[in-house]
Design a protein around this ligand. Structure first.
Ligand code: SAM
Length: 358
């Protein structure tokens, strides 16, 4: 059943450093404003509006459709043109017509082929409230749910799922991310030899869908909390999906017996003790010759990059009780929990894959 690495090691470090250092001092401090412009345009539905025919509108037309002021809309549209996310064409009568760039249509419009619209909405409406408290999070060394939402820091998923609306927003965020990296992650190793695969904490089933496409002879089950499974069935399940759902608590309930357990963005949520506890529980029920696949954004061993993973690790400080780790630390957790033959595959995308066998 041993999986075979499919992709070469790839470092994003140089590109990340270049991105940071290509900016002058002012530009560095503009970054948060740039993001807020994009987030606000997503919240107002501007990219969606410009996707629908006639696809080119005046500021006045956009303002009317978005129920917004003309002056504010015009400034937002111009800033988006400055950021090359929109195009503008001035007509003979002086009217300016705004339209989406290719990037905006692909990534920022709700129906875009690789839409990150829900990522933008989550970051704008939830992420920002937590990131506002970054200095406090660094001082206190813990997540900021108490300050941002009045929920104790110990109850990470009660805070994330504090209402049905917030649960749906978080699940939409999780769902979107695999549009970009899902295929690379499931193809990082050949998993065809694993017959029964359980995606623990599999949320909406977005990664499970990629697995069923890549490995049609395997049976895939998404295991998640009962309320999450209910929401996933109601809002995210597609007619041709072939994976199953199972409800439960992976820390306390009996885990399904399987050949492979996938934990995508799970280990980075929890303290070291909880991770080892969970991995040991998995090792106990995993069939002989089976294994576990961790999917995480790995830090370089020196922890000096990639920048976006360092930022994700700060995000974990703000939102969870976990952190991002270098691959060797994941390997250490796996070995302590009874797994062996740990292999790491850097995909060159945000998320990497780590496979270990029982
Ligand atoms: C960060 S999300 C990752 C979701 C998914 N694996 C992905 O990468 O898109 C963590 C997931 O773990 C689930 N989860 C958290 N605590 C759990 C528990 N005790 N039992 C089962 N699932 C849990 C959450 O509902 C959520 O779907």
């Amino acid at each position: 059943m041993l999986g075979r690495p499919r992709c070469p090691t790839f470092h994003r470090e140089e590109r990340d450093k270049r991105d940071v250092h290509n900016q002058d001092g002012h530009a560095l401090l503009f970054v948060c404003r740039i993001k807020k412009v994009i987030f606000s345009a997503c919240e107002l539905g501007i990219f969606d509006l410009l996707t629908a025919p006639p696809c080119a509108l005046t500021a006045q037309q956009v303002a009317v459709s978005c129920n917004a002021s003309v002056g504010g809309t015009e400034r937002l549209l111009d800033a988006l043109v400055g950021m090359e996310l929109l195009h503008v064409e001035t007509q003979e009568d002086g009217t300016a017509l705004y339209s989406n760039s290719e990037v905006a249509s692909m990534y920022l419009a709700k129906g875009g082929a690789k839409s990150l619209h829900h990522v933008a909405i989550y970051r704008s409406q939830t992420g920002y409230q937590l990131w506002n408290n970054l200095a406090d999070a660094v001082r206190e060394g813990k997540n900021q749910y108490q300050k941002a939402f009045g929920i104790p820091p110990e109850e990470v998923f009660q805070a994330i799922y504090r209402s049905d609306k917030d649960m749906l927003k978080f699940m939409s965020l999780m769902n979107s991310c695999w549009v970009l990296d899902g295929h690379d992650v499931v193809m990082a190793f050949s998993l065809a030899g694993f017959r029964d695969i359980v995606d623990l904490g599999g949320c909406t089933g977005a990664l499970a869908r990629e697995m069923t496409k890549a490995y049609p002879s395997s049976s895939v089950t998404v295991f998640d909390m009962p309320a999450v499974v209910e929401m996933a069935r109601k809002y995210f399940l597609q007619a041709d999906d072939t994976f199953a759902f199972q409800s439960g608590d992976f820390f306390h309930d009996e885990l399904p017996v399987a050949d492979l357990y996938v934990l995508a963005r799970i280990i980075h949520d929890w303290s070291e003790d909880k991770c080892v506890n969970l991995l040991k529980r998995i090792c106990d029920v995993c069939r002989p010759g089976g294994g576990v696949l961790l999917v995480e954004a790995t830090l370089l061993e020196s922890r000096r990059g990639p920048v976006h993973t360092q930022l994700l690790s700060l995000n974990m400080l703000l939102q969870t009780e976990g952190r991002e780790r270098p691959a060797s630390q994941y390997a250490g957790l796996l070995r302590r929990s009874g797994f062996r033959d740990v292999q790491v595959c850097r995909t060159g995308k945000t998320y990497d894959a780590i496979l270990a066998l029982k």
